[in-house]
Design a protein around this ligand. Structure first.
Ligand code: GLC
Length: 745
């Protein structure tokens, strides 16, 4: 399972020199300074606690977050380097999740590309811009597996599947960190939230998580392991209780799994205030106890709860903690700062950001990433692509000209939404057409998000009155009536998914579906474009609207990318990284589940609910194209493979249509019996390929212990069984082209 470790790679300093210089630094640092390196200071006014400058000057800070100001970075760095006792430079950190200034599709969208080069190239640009601004460290990739779309943070991850999630995690680490930590265009990455956060009860953000070791080992942890194998520099511990132990005080996670088993050599930062929160969560007796639990559990850095700086000296003085244990937690932090060259180059070039942001290729990458992330859910009668000679197009919906909904959640502080909206993209695509617009009634959360008050230029608008909503509704219907083609842009605002943005329903918020029905009743051709950060139960649209494009939250160039696809300048090739439930109450819903004693087709078949089938509206891996493909000639290299051995699976994919397009060949396996019951299907290979009309390519996958092994409840260890397997290769998780093979002892 262990691939070549890439941790800490740099050409700027040897590991021997790193170790020698860390020892030398520790030898002259006071205990207070050592603890200071374990302290991450909040740089924003909303962050409680002592002033950043004072903490830094005293050598009581190793890092600053929640600040986005190059000049201020240099001011604080100057205090650290020139005025603190040991002059150790600070790490400046921020959530650059899908773009710093040039915004990319949200991570769930990037996963929908099923193309690791999309997150890798996107995060490469994000790192270049963030570093030019003076940031050293991003709190990404977020790689929490999630199978409950009610959870708002599903938008930040790679969906429901560990195999796809692992590929996307490694790609993001490569994008952020590159091959050399001393590269002045890269930042440290941070695998978060370790671990299990995506399983919060019923999708309720921050709620406790209860997971078996089997679920953790087989589903939740593989993307984190992939991040370690990709050389990720840091981890972040999650907020919630995992099996009654908060992740930030969880020795099993941070010492046994992360360090003893995986050999992780970087450091772990808590989530915001999470060490101090262990008192609130009823886990720690008081802040001193919370600090001790975090330190003993192997949590290196306290994000702004200040429990470490408040209590570590007393913990050492009273013998609860040794100075050697503190030093063990400080070492990786100093080592990473040395590998980044921060001691030699601590300051940002205050003129660099402007030059970097002027690069035209950055928006080109954003548009390309958005095109490759979009998923064509439906295209009845080939309505799409639309012709460019249309004269009158109505673009309707509350998100049609909404910049922040187009860019999505997790914008960095101070960012002003500047996306090309769908309306702007359609108008740019059809300069000679009459492109009208009407938003229809507004949509808003029933309960506002506390994040709103933190947004730049926050000014709470009073809700629309019923009369205003009715007027907007009618205006939208009349605008549609006057057009030849209608493009509806519906979904969720950026505040309706993300952190503290869970919801019980997956329906279109507000009166959007009512408006869609009223517009559809006009009898005009209607295309639905979805802008959203989670799967939505668009059941009515799926049954009545001929063409539906899932555009997610596509970023700075989102509107142009939508127009490229709607009018055929780009062919959709994305696939769903998470299934779309018919109802929120069907969650958790996932394809890789075990069957039952009464499966579909059996005489005692129980349809699971008597009030409707819980099958997904759109399954995992689903996505259409403007052309068609055929899978054929499925072969296994051998009908039997020895336990521990490997085999290959090959399949031909042909473009049987008239235009070039992308297909994603997906390989699923099913182990028919074993030490444990295994899921009906599990993704164990995928490849996105571009095919010209009539072209055939042969795709080959390898299946070996890494793909066929699993963590067994029965054996309580990693195992591989001698058993018979089915496999399928096709265009989604319902693939029917089937073969079989056997693993023999
Ligand atoms: C937030 C999030 C985490 C983020 C951190 C710093 O509450 O949970 O993902 O990186 O605080 O902003």
């Amino acid at each position: 399972m262990n691939k070549a470790r890439k941790f800490g790679r740099t050409t700027s300093i040897s590991e021997a020199e790193v170790a020698q210089r860390v020892d030398a630094l520790l030898a002259k640092m006071s205990l207070a300074e050592k603890v200071g390196q374990l302290n991450q200071v909040g740089g924003a006014e909303f962050a409680p606690g002592p002033r950043a400058e004072d903490q830094i000057r005293a050598g009581g800070a190793g890092s600053v977050l929640w600040l986005n100001d190059t000049k201020k970075f240099n001011e604080l760095q100057k205090i650290a380097v020139e005025e603190s006792p040991s002059g150790i430079p600070l790490l400046f950190a921020l959530d650059v999740i899908h773009g710093y200034h040039t915004i990319f599709p949200v991570p769930l969208a990037m996963a929908a590309s099923w193309d690791p080069s999309v997150p890798e190239k996107s995060q490469t640009v994000a790192a270049r811009e963030a570093r030019a601004a003076g940031l050293h460290w991003t709190f990404g990739p977020m790689i929490d597996i999630c199978r409950d779309a009610r959870w708002g943070r599903i938008v930040e991850g790679a969906g429901e599947d560990p195999y796809l999630g692992a590929a996307m995690a490694a790609a993001q680490v490569r994008g952020f960190q590159g091959d050399d930590l001393a590269d002045p265009e890269r930042v440290l990455a941070c695998a978060k939230h370790f671990a299990g956060y995506g399983y919060s009860d019923a999708g309720r953000d921050y709620d406790p998580v209860f997971l078996s070791e089997t679920q953790l080992r087989n589903t939740v942890l593989p993307p984190f392991k992939a991040a370690v194998d990709a050389g990720v520099a840091t981890f972040m511990s999650a907020y919630m209780d995992l099996n009654d132990v908060p992740a930030s005080g969880n020795r099993w996670l941070m010492r046994q799994v992360l360090r003893e088993e995986w050999g992780f050599e970087g450091f772990v930062v808590s989530d915001a205030f999470a060490v101090g929160n262990m008192v609130i969560q009823g886990h720690a007796k008081d802040r001193r106890d919370a600090a001790l639990r975090g330190l003993k559990a192997g949590l290196n850095m306290d994000m702004s709860s200040y429990t470490y700086t408040e209590n570590a000296a007393d913990l050492v003085a009273k013998g609860d903690l040794s100075e050697a244990e503190v030093e063990e937690l400080v070492r990786p932090i100093l080592a990473l700062k040395l590998r980044m060259g921060l001691f030699e180059r601590p300051y940002a070039d205050e003129g660099l950001l402007e030059q970097v942001l002027a690069r035209p290729d950055h928006r080109e990458v954003s548009r390309w990433a958005a095109q490759r992330s979009m998923v064509l859910l439906k295209n009845e009668g080939g309505l799409l692509p639309l012709q460019k000679d249309i004269q009158k197009v109505a673009v309707i919906g509350p998100l049609a000209d909404n910049k922040s909904a187009t860019e999505g959640s997790w914008m960095v502080f101070g960012h002003q939404p500047a996306a090309v909206t769908v309306l702007a993209g359609v108008r740019a695509k059809l300069p000679n057409a009459e492109v009208t617009y009407a938003p229809g009634p507004e949509i808003r959360r029933d309960i506002p998000s506390w994040f709103e008050s933190m947004m730049a230029g926050y000014s709470p608008k009073p809700p629309e009155t019923p009369e205003e909503a009715d007027a907007a509704f009618q205006a939208a219907v009349e605008t549609a009536r006057a057009a030849d083609q209608v493009i509806m842009v519906l979904g969720e605002t950026d505040l309706m998914s993300g952190e503290a943005a869970s919801r019980a329903s997956l329906d279109l918020p507000g009166r959007q579906e009512e408006l869609l029905q009223a517009v559809a009743a006009l009898g005009k051709p209607v295309v639905l474009v979805l802008l959203n950060g989670r799967p939505l139960s668009v059941n009515w649209a799926a049954g009545h609207i001929p063409a539906i494009l899932e555009a997610w939250e596509p970023g700075s160039e989102g509107g142009n990318a939508v127009a490229d696809i709607l009018f055929g300048d780009a062919v959709p090739g994305g696939k769903l990284p998470v299934g779309f439930p018919r109802k929120g109450s069907h969650a958790p819903l996932y394809y890789a589940r075990n069957t039952t004693h009464s499966p579909e087709g059996s005489p005692m078949y129980n349809p699971r609910y008597w009030d409707g089938l819980p099958t997904p509206l759109y399954p995992f891996g689903h996505g259409l194209s403007y052309t068609t493909f055929e899978f054929s000639n499925l072969k296994v290299s051998m009908p039997q493979v020895k336990l521990g051995g490997s085999m290959t699976v090959s399949v031909d994919v042909t473009n049987t249509g008239k235009v070039p397009g992308d297909e994603v060949a997906q390989l699923y396996i099913h182990q028919r019996w074993g030490a444990d019951t295994r899921p009906m299907r599990e993704l164990k290979g995928f490849e996105r390929l571009t095919l010209q009309p009539g072209e055939t390519k042969t795709v080959t996958f390898e299946l070996g212990p890494a793909e066929l092994g699993y963590w067994s409840t029965n054996a309580s260890q990693w195992t591989q069984d001698a058993a018979a397997f089915d496999l399928w290769v096709g265009a989604d998780s319902l693939a029917t082209l089937q073969a079989e093979f056997e693993v023999v002892g």
